[in-house]
Write a protein that binds this ligand. Structure first.
Ligand SMILES: [Zn+2]
Length: 69
């Protein structure tokens, strides 16, 4: 059991069809900014997280899938 205190969603919806807007890798993070959904891989999601969270109206993070078995 992981002691995860902050879990915004347990529902995964990103698929292999969803690609990072920056590099084209599989997306694991989706951020909605001004009504537009932006997708990022784990690397770029982390890289831009601080700036994006300040402006994003929603934040969807599926990076937990990368560390779960
Ligand atoms: Zn990327």
């Amino acid at each position: 059991m992981n002691a995860t205190t902050e879990r915004e969603t347990a529902e995964y919806r990103l698929t292999a069809m969803d690609r990072c807007d920056s590099c084209g890798a599989q997306a694991y993070i989706a951020a909605e900014v001004n009504g537009t959904e932006m997708l990022f891989c784990a690397h770029h999601g982390r890289k831009y997280e601080e700036k994006l969270r300040a402006v994003a109206t929603s934040w969807h993070d599926e990076t937990a899938r990368l560390i779960e078995a």
